[in-house]
Design a protein around this ligand. Structure first.
Ligand SMILES: Cc1ncc(COP(=O)(O)O)c(C=O)c1O
Length: 441
């Protein structure tokens, strides 16, 4: 029986189990919808740590739809999916190559699995102020110099830039390196021909999706996908790794939400919804181009991530102006551009509002964009695993250059580290540091 059906059959049992709320709100009626399906793993219900019935079937169905070797449901976000993927593939002291624009959970994963990190710099676009693709040729050279057990990268980026995973996975395979693709922002890719192919379809060993980001599911819902071509790994290791991080009280509303999300997106209605959204975005862009508005659009760009800049206004001012004058909030912004993120729930009306605001926003003809700078190569002095419990002291910011940071500097979103513990503080970091800086002793 599906998870959704299981929950829809009202139980006639007298539950002396957790949760004790009796599927009803005790302290606030407004939460009644949250409570009604909130069971724990009752007799006959399945168990996320060792699924055999409803959860197993729902995961198998998802795996068929996504064409994976195995798909696991995750109720603690892509963060936990990434941690589990890393724990399953990386043993202590294994060398790991990490694209520097990875989410901070990858750094945390390095602490947990004790991998030895080298960073790989993605390409960047100074005209848009964003990281872009992983250059396959540069990657190949890096893998020729050193053997890495795993390469971890993000594709699409927050802004919808997609790397050539097909090439990258071939290169990784030829160098005996597992490829983990953080596809948190690409959860819709399996469900429209107008979107790039999924990382798994392009040969990645592992991918993770945040279903809550664009696919219309609740916060915290995610998937861990294992590719069909993965070699020399017992799939049970991924379950074992997930069980290290997952709560032992997974939320059934979240699990059924994941099931429903995939079932909807793979339906005719779901696919139509995504295709229509993309058509509406394309129409909006065509119209706005006549108003000095430009969009990031390389050939493999995800059109649901509207990355926009307008002549005569900085990204920061555009963001402020749309927020203050039109109540439109972006996902993130930089000195040049703003990201308006769309997904399964984005309506035509909302796009219309954005379109009108972008047309009308006031600009200054004498304003000129200044190309963005990107961080220079990080100087890793102490490996992440050795940074967790170090002693530290404070120094004045001006005396901190080339000392080893005990702190993360990490604007959120996008959650990409400018400085991680164990790295030398470089001059350019000073702009981001407070007066008293924690350095390792
Ligand atoms: C690229 C990327 N990966 C992973 C995550 C973590 O996802 P979640 O919030 O589902 O744990 C994020 C969240 O912002 C992200 O942007």
């Amino acid at each position: 029986m599906s998870i959704i059906k299981l929950l829809s059959k009202k139980t006639d049992r007298f539950l002396f189990t957790t949760p004790s709320h009796n599927q009803k709100p005790i302290f606030s009626k407004e939460y009644s919808e949250f409570y009604k399906d909130d069971y724990s793993e009752l007799e006959g219900f399945d168990n996320l740590s060792n699924p055999k019935n409803s959860i197993f079937m729902a995961q198998s169905k998802a795996s068929d739809i996504l064409d994976t070797k195995k798909t696991f449901f995750v109720v603690q976000g892509a963060t936990t999916a990434l941690l589990a993927a890393m724990k399953a593939l990386i043993e202590p002291a294994d060398k790991v190559l990490v694209a520097r624009n990875c989410h901070k959970s990858v750094f945390n994963g390095l602490i947990l699995c004790a991998g030895m990190v080298d960073y790989f710099m993605p390409d960047a676009s100074p005209e848009w102020g964003i990281y872009t693709v992983i250059d396959p040729k540069k990657l190949e050279k890096t893998l020729e110099l050193n053997h890495y057990k795993v390469f971890i990268m993000t594709s699409p980026t927050y802004e919808g830039v997609n790397s050539d995973i097909e090439k990258i996975s071939q290169i990784c395979r030829a160098h005996d390196t597992y490829l983990i693709v953080d596809e948190a922002h690409g959860s819709l890719y399996n469900f429209s021909d107008k979107l790039p192919k999924t990382a798994i379809a392009q040969g990645a060993d592992v991918s993770v999706n945040s279903l809550h980001k664009t696919a219309g599911a609740l916060n915290q819902t995610a998937l861990l996908n294992i590719g069909k071509n993965i070699k020399n790994v017992d799939i049970a290791l991924f379950q074992k790794a997930l069980n290290l991080f997952h709560t032992t009280s997974p939320s059934y509303p979240f699990l059924s939400n994941i099931e429903a999300c995939i079932s909807y997106l793979s339906s005719k209605e779901g696919k139509n919804n995504i295709d229509t959204l993309i058509l509406e975005i394309e129409k909006m862009k065509d119209e706005l181009k006549r108003f000095g508005v430009s969009f990031y659009e390389d050939f493999n760009h995800d059109p649901t991530k509207i990355l926009v800049k307008k002549e005569g206004i900085s990204g920061f001012d555009l963001s402020d102006s749309l927020f203050e004058d039109y109540k439109i909030e972006d996902e993130l912004n930089n000195s040049i551009s703003c990201l308006y993120l769309c997904g399964a729930g984005t309506t035509k009306q909302k796009l219309e509002k954005l379109k009108n605001a972008l047309k009308k926003v006031r600009t200054n003809p004498s304003f000129d964009f200044v190309e963005a700078d990107f961080q220079p190569f990080p100087m890793v002095k102490i490996q992440p695993v050795d940074t967790f419990n170090r002693e530290y002291r404070y120094v004045n910011k001006d005396d901190s250059v080339l000392k080893i940071s005990n702190k993360m500097v990490i604007p959120y979103p996008p959650g990409i580290g400018l400085l991680y513990p164990g790295e030398a503080i470089q001059k350019w970091h000073l702009d981001y540091l407070e007066n008293d800086v924690e350095i390792m002793v």
